[in-house]
Design a protein around this ligand. Structure first.
Ligand code: HEC
Length: 156
């Protein structure tokens, strides 16, 4: 075989070996970034509701309804692609706080996710009906966040 061709084939083959893990790593980091973004949107929306429930800002039916609907919509996203195997904090320390137990005890995290889905859908139905209704429903949503963070998220 012509020497230049041989070198070129070798170069391409090596690139393949090197590029594959780098690509996998990038994909993993994108997935982690996406789920963190979803969590940030949860936090943003629930903090509005929490401020109203605590009386720190005036209750506003339209704003409460919007934030609760956002939470319910976010919770209804299909998150499968955002939680690929191997993207836990044991495998990728410093990149994520998702405990490996999220995968090893599957489908437990799915139950925690379903609890949040239900609590936020329930809240969305009543959040615009007055401060008492908001106060009555927000606790279950907050509990559902903690119900997943405690077993499946590392402390900071
Ligand atoms: C089904 C499990 C689950 C539910 C429900 C859940 N979380 Fe999380 N949350 C996690 C996990 C796991 C992480 C760590 C993600 C990572 O670092 O990859 C996380 C991370 C976060 C973060 C940090 C994001 C970042 O940028 O690092 C915030 C903020 C957060 N959650 C808020 C909330 C709020 C608010 C709720 C409820 C409205 C909620 N989460 C519901 C599992 C959950």
């Amino acid at each position: 075989m012509n020497r230049t061709l041989k070198t070129a084939i070798l170069a391409v083959a090596t690139m393949g070996f090197v590029a594959a893990p780098v690509f996998a790593d990038k994909a993993a980091e994108k997935a982690i970034g996406a789920r963190k973004a979803q969590m940030q949107l949860y936090a943003f929306n629930i903090s509005h509701l929490g401020a109203m429930a605590k009386g720190e800002v005036d209750y506003d039916a339209a704003a409460a309804s919007a934030a609760a609907n956002n939470l319910a919509a976010l919770a209804a996203l299909n998150g499968m692609a955002m939680w690929p195997q191997g993207t836990d904090s044991t495998a990728m320390p410093g990149k994520t706080r998702a405990k490996v137990e999220a995968w090893t005890t599957w489908p437990k995290i799915g139950e925690a996710s379903a609890a949040m889905k239900k609590a936020s859908a329930d809240l969305a139905l009543v959040a615009g009906d007055g401060l008492d209704a908001l106060r009555g429903g927000i606790g279950d949503v907050g509990k559902s966040c903690g119900g997943c963070h405690k077993p499946f998220r590392d402390e900071e």
